[in-house]
Design a binder for this molecule. Structure first.
Ligand SMILES: [Zn+2]
Length: 99
């Protein structure tokens, strides 16, 4: 895998890490945060489907080795709703975002 590329924990798609939502288990507090902080990270496409899979199969908790609170899923859902369309288009195909 190229440097700065990451894999979605749900669909296994590989893309530059900027294209993903990042869920972080903060070091050293082990709190779960979204898109900020340092620590063990899990990456998720900004796609409702990937969030649903991650939640249903409890993948975030497994990857992060920490329980993921309901509030984090709510924050992720909010992020998805406000995610810029340009970012979504960068993910998954090579067409320019603006044609
Ligand atoms: Zn995905």
């Amino acid at each position: 895998m190229l440097p700065n590329y990451r894999r979605c924990i749900s669909c296994r798609k590989v893309a530059p890490k900027e294209a993903f939502l990042r869920v972080v288990r903060l070091y050293p507090s082990h709190e779960i945060a979204l898109n900020q902080g340092m620590g063990r990270s899990a990456y998720l496409c900004p796609e409702t489907g990937c969030l649903q899979i991650a939640r249903k199969k409890d993948r975030l908790s497994r990857v992060l080795k920490a329980p993921v609170p309901e509030s984090l899923y709510q924050a992720l859902t909010q992020q998805l709703e406000s995610y810029p369309l340009v970012k979504r288009q960068q993910l998954g195909n090579d067409r320019p975002a603006i044609e």
